[in-house]
Ligand binder design. Structure first.
Ligand SMILES: C[C@@](CO)(OP(=O)(O)O)[C@H](O)COP(=O)(O)OP(=O)(O)OC[C@H]1O[C@@H](n2ccc(N)nc2=O)[C@H](O)[C@@H]1O
Ligand SMILES: Nc1ncnc2c1ncn2[C@@H]1O[C@H](COP(=O)(O)OP(=O)(O)O)[C@@H](O)[C@H]1O
Length: 285
């Protein structure tokens, strides 16, 4: 890879709570959630080319290039904006996949936001959010780039400033397909709608958690273990679980004590996506 390539953040998220408030005609669910962005994630690098091709230089094991959300995002933007250039793209994958921390969706969002700049497409963030929604319900929030309350299917936002807590994000090593949870007959779907100003961690929940714990005992075991140390909850449709700490050292201590069957990392909550912070700096400097 050429030396001058820039690595762009593709941060993880946590759903600090996830309420399912209804179901649409097309099967998608109405949600209410608090999307907390983190300072840790994957990284992507881009090189524009004149040959028009979208080339993933670091294929992801188990995901065909044409199914990779990075390639899908680049092709979607290219088509939408009639771009003649292409791009070579490198991915440094660090986040567990299928863990409910948004890795693939965040990769897609970073691709949209950075290529919009490098290809000089000139789309606004709102336009990119709408484009991202075509790729998945979780893509718009990463394009949006703010810690935010979300409703709709996860694309309507009310931004919020949350305390910069430290999180231990732990993976039980189980892959859970989002669609599998949402089509389940036993999923609760009628949590009353709440006002954002009424949000407290303790008075909210993840409506997928009981179901996932029932069918994936490793998730239940991990959650049970973490709850001994700190307030803990599953993120998204699983399988990752997070524990909340007021400082880094306590989170690291619990990570070090975690049984070897689980993996994890410590991250700090941020109110602005590191992608957006870097883009701002890059544009100004
Ligand atoms: C529910 C969340 C919370 O963050 O779960 P995680 O994926 O993070 O675990 C996300 O919004 C998921 O977003 P994403 O993973 O992009 O979902 P998509 O690819 O759009 O949809 C996967 C499947 O989940 C179901 N789905 C997704 C979102 C939603 N609001 N209602 C749904 O019913 C649909 O059946 C769809 O076929
Ligand atoms: N760039 C990508 N990174 C991760 N997963 C991807 C990517 N592109 C496509 N996928 C597919 O999306 C699935 C969900 O991945 P991910 O976004 O990490 O999980 P989640 O939606 O649970 O947060 C993966 O299992 C994989 O098949």
């Amino acid at each position: 890879m050429a030396n001058q390539l820039i690595w762009w953040p593709s941060p993880a998220k946590l759903n600090l709570f996830l309420h399912i408030t209804g179901r649409r005609q097309d099967g998608y669910h109405h949600l209410q959630s608090l999307f907390q962005l983190l300072d840790q994630g994957d990284q992507l690098a881009f090189e524009t080319t004149t040959n028009g091709a979208i080339q993933l230089m670091t294929p992801l094991p188990g995901v065909a290039d044409e199914d990779n959300l990075i390639v899908k995002a680049a092709n979607l933007l290219k088509q939408y904006c009639h771009v003649s250039q292409g791009a070579n793209i490198w991915l440094d994958k660090r986040l567990p996949m299928g863990g409910g921390i948004g890795g693939g969706s965040s990769n897609a969002a970073t691709t949209l936001v950075v290529l919009n700049t490098l290809w000089q497409c000139g789309l606004t963030l709102e336009q990119l959010e709408a484009l991202g929604l075509q790729l998945g319900a979780d893509v718009p929030v990463f394009v949006h780039g703010r810690t935010t309350f979300a409703s709709g299917v996860g694309e309507q936002f009310v931004d919020t400033e949350q305390p910069k807590h430290w999180f231990l994000v732990a993976s039980p090593g189980v892959h859970i397909a989002t669609a599998e949870i949402f089509r389940h007959a036993e999923l609760p779907r009628n949590t009353p709608t709440m006002q954002w100003q009424d949000y407290h961690f303790d008075s909210t929940a993840n409506d997928c958690q009981t179901l996932v714990c029932q069918y994936h005992p490793k998730v239940a075991k991990l959650l049970h273990w973490l709850l001994e140390y700190a307030p803990s909850r599953m993120t998204g449709t699983g399988s990752c679980v997070f524990a909340v700490f007021p400082d880094q050292s306590q989170a690291v201590k619990v990570l070090q004590a975690m049984p070897a069957e689980f993996a994890g990392f410590v991250a700090q909550g941020v109110n602005i996506s590191p992608l957006h912070s870097q883009l701002e700096q890059w544009k100004n400097g």
